[in-house]
Design a protein around this ligand. Structure first.
Ligand code: NAG
Ligand code: NAG
Ligand code: NAG
Ligand code: NAG
Ligand code: NAG
Ligand code: NAG
Length: 292
């Protein structure tokens, strides 16, 4: 029991990104990202696991976790607008607690991000197998609010988290309001994403290219994976074109890093013979926004 108390009272590391603002202040526009968030928090949470660390999981933030036996709320002082929330989970036994018994809910800004979620079952179900998870959400915060992220263990269960990121996002990137109609596939109904919606970023791929790390994103710390694991047909080849990318008012420089636009997958003139298909497992009961 004493060890558990110790783990709960351990200090949280609050890291502020100072490098990007420094680069900007000295006018180094070549190296500063297109987008510099005015709010950015990265928490590396809690205490060490009792299991051997999987080498594929990074030391920070996966080396340590914060364990919850009852409801716990993180509160972030943030300005109004859309917030990117990144949650990191490395599901192993912590403090001799069986990870197979960890089921919990996470809520934020009035939205349920997960309900009775098992990070252990979630990584076990993934193909190819992974050791750790990073979940990404976008939640809008109204004026004069704080952003709360609440962890609630299911009965006879514990919750945990290894790392939390909260980043202010630009307006109108994903949540574009009533001015921007989105076609609803095979239906006539009009569809808009209002700022009362919350989103989970499920798949974000750099097609025909390599993974783009969160620090190589445009400043929002989104992770762009290679599309190799999601192509259904093995066809299509990825030419790399070093063409200048000209951003527009409709597609501003922070939308996606240049490398995302320069790598491609094409069927060439083989399109008569096969289709190029990506396959994404998704859950029933949600609308899915597809951005190309
Ligand atoms: C986690 O703990 C449970 C119960 O003590 C045990 O059965 C299981 O093997 C442990 N898992 C790992 C990966 O150590
Ligand atoms: C959570 O999920 C587990 C495994 O599916 C299930 O046994 C349990 O009853 C669920 N708990 C709640 C509160 O829904
Ligand atoms: C894992 O999480 C993803 C996204 O949150 C969800 O679509 C999927 O159903 C989950 N899988 C399991 C086995 O819980
Ligand atoms: C959300 O949208 C409403 C209606 O379009 C607008 O009045 C309000 O300012 C928006 N709030 C935020 C925080 O963006
Ligand atoms: C956030 O949590 C604090 C403490 O639990 C609570 O007082 C506050 O009302 C919450 N704020 C929002 C916006 O939910
Ligand atoms: C595409 O068509 C050209 C001209 O018809 C041909 O020379 C080339 O081999 C074809 N490429 C592929 C990949 O089929």
């Amino acid at each position: 029991m004493s060890t558990i108390t110790l783990h709960i009272s351990l200090f949280l590391y609050l890291l502020f990104s100072t490098t990007t603002t420094t680069a900007n202040a000295i006018g180094d526009t070549a190296n500063s990202p297109p987008y510099i968030p005015s709010n950015y928090f990265l928490l590396n949470c809690g205490s060490s696991s009792t299991s051997e660390q999987n080498p594929s999981a990074n030391q920070v933030p996966y080396m340590a976790a914060r364990i919850f036996h009852s409801q716990f709320t993180y509160t972030f002082p943030v300005s109004a607008g859309p917030k990117f929330i990144g949650l990191y989970f490395y599901p192993v036994n912590y403090s001799d607690l069986d990870i197979a018994n960890s089921f919990f809910s996470v809520t934020s800004g009035g939205y349920t991000l997960f309900s009775n979620f098992s990070a252990f079952l979630n990584v076990s179900a993934m193909k190819p197998a992974v050791a750790s998870l990073r979940k990404e959400f976008i939640v809008n915060v109204r004026n004069n609010q704080r952003l709360n992220i609440t962890f609630l263990p299911s009965p006879k269960s514990h919750a945990f988290v290894n790392g939390i990121e909260v980043v202010l996002m630009p307006e109108n990137l994903y949540i574009r309001g009533s001015d921007y109609q989105i076609p609803l596939v095979s239906q006539k109904q009009q569809f808009f994403i209002e700022n009362s919606s919350a989103l989970e970023i499920l798949y974000q791929l750099n097609v025909g290219g390599n993974e783009v790390s969160i620090t190589d994103d445009t400043g929002m710390f989104r992770l762009w994976l290679s599309d190799d694991d999601y192509t259904y047909t093995a066809h299509g080849f990825p030419p790399h074109r070093e063409v200048p990318i000209r951003y527009t008012q409709e597609t501003l420089p922070y939308t996606a890093p240049k490398i995302v636009y320069t790598t491609t997958r094409t069927m060439g003139n083989d399109s008569q013979k096969y289709k190029l298909t990506w396959r994404f497992p998704v859950d029933f009961g949600f609308y899915y926004l597809l951005r190309l």
